[in-house]
Design a protein around this ligand. Structure first.
Ligand code: ADP
Length: 323
């Protein structure tokens, strides 16, 4: 990019945006692939404002303005709605890349978000081998938990802890969130306690996810990403059902945005290599040029995990009140 005075503006940063069904996530990487800024905005279903808020917060953390970002890749439910993105990449591809960047030894990634749940098998080179996905109905997703939290009048953030107070569970048989809501209300009316009902709700999520894991083949280590990884009961019942300990990295909800940012960084490096090639004319500069299929190669070579040093800031103040 060239500034008004003709100077070249250095665009050393890469941005990944995960425009999710429930939250917007942004990760900014510097040219060394270190996380410079990240943010999650809870603005509700596919919200432009949510993206703007998360973007502004991530830029603030990185101490830069948008013009310092050379490449933007978007992913997630609303990825095609973002003018700012240079290209879009599917959620599965970005989640696999981001999860492996966080936990390089991962062999299975379970991502449970607001609107879908996905299980991705990772091969020994850190590349996606197979995946299974549920995006047809809310059962087994974060939306299911949101609906049932409302039904029992408990905040989403507290429902996992309350479920863990139960010493037994009850079977929730309804596959659909709407029918499950009726079932939960009936159970409460019959005198089943709230912790027991919630234990049943989380067990139901776990059972559905185990079905997806079976489709790709269970291999350890298993990494969990997505917003539902913050729900202690979802994690507990999933661990029990899979008979394995789940690895939940710092920044688990940001895995998709991180994957997108890593693809943006590949593009940025490719741009830079092309620029150097042009500057150096016909000289032999093969060693400066990134491989054509850089993305899979980079993912495969990754041995050191990318670290989110602290939980990403969740901006709460918006121009129109609280997010
Ligand atoms: P998407 O990418 O589809 O927007 P996310 O990966 O951000 O979805 O996950 C959203 C889901 O995460 C919500 O539906 C909710 O169930 C769960 N979630 C988000 N924050 C929390 C929290 N603090 N505690 C428990 N669950 C949470």
């Amino acid at each position: 990019m060239v500034g008004q005075g003709g100077e070249r503006i250095m665009q050393h940063y890469a941005m990944g945006i995960d425009f999710g069904s429930t939250t917007a996530k942004v990760v900014i990487l510097d040219e060394d692939g270190e996380v410079a800024g990240s943010a999650i905005s809870q603005k509700g279903a596919v919200s432009d404002e949510g993206v703007r808020i998360a973007q502004a917060e991530a830029l603030r953390q990185a101490g830069i303005v948008q013009s310092a970002v050379g490449r933007v890749v978007s992913t997630g439910y609303g990825r095609r709605m973002l003018d700012i993105a240079d290209r879009t990449i599917t959620e599965i591809t970005c989640h696999a890349r981001g999860a492996v960047a966080l936990v390089p030894e991962a062999r299975v990634v379970i991502d449970i978000g607001g609107q879908d749940s996905k299980v991705i098998a990772i091969d020994a080179n850190g590349l996606m081998a197979r995946f299974a996905m549920n995006d047809r109905c809310a059962a087994g997703t974060g939306k299911f938990l949101e609906v049932l939290a409302r039904a029992v009048n408990i905040e989403l953030e507290r429902m996992g802890g309350i479920a863990l107070e139960a010493t037994e569970t009850v079977s929730i048989t309804s596959m659909c969130a709407t029918f499950a809501e009726t079932e939960v209300i009936s159970l409460l009316a019959e005198g089943v306690t709230t912790p027991v009902v919630l234990a049943g709700v989380h067990q139901s999520i776990a059972n559905r996810t185990v079905g997806l894991v079976a489709r790709v083949g269970k291999r350890d280590p298993v990494v969990m990403t997505g917003g539902v990884a913050q729900n202690v009961a979802a994690v507990h019942y999933l661990q029990k059902a899979l008979e394995t300990r789940l690895i939940i990295p710092e920044g688990a909800q940001l895995a998709g945005a991180l994957g997108a940012a890593l693809f943006a960084l590949d593009d940025l490096r490719m741009d830079e290599a092309e620029r150097k090639k042009t500057l150096q004319g016909d000289r032999d500069i093969d060693d400066l040029v990134a491989p054509q299929s850089c993305a899979p190669a980079c993912a495969a070579k990754q041995v050191k995990p990318i670290v989110f040093r602290a939980a990403p800031a969740q901006p709460t103040e918006t121009p129109h009140g609280r997010a």
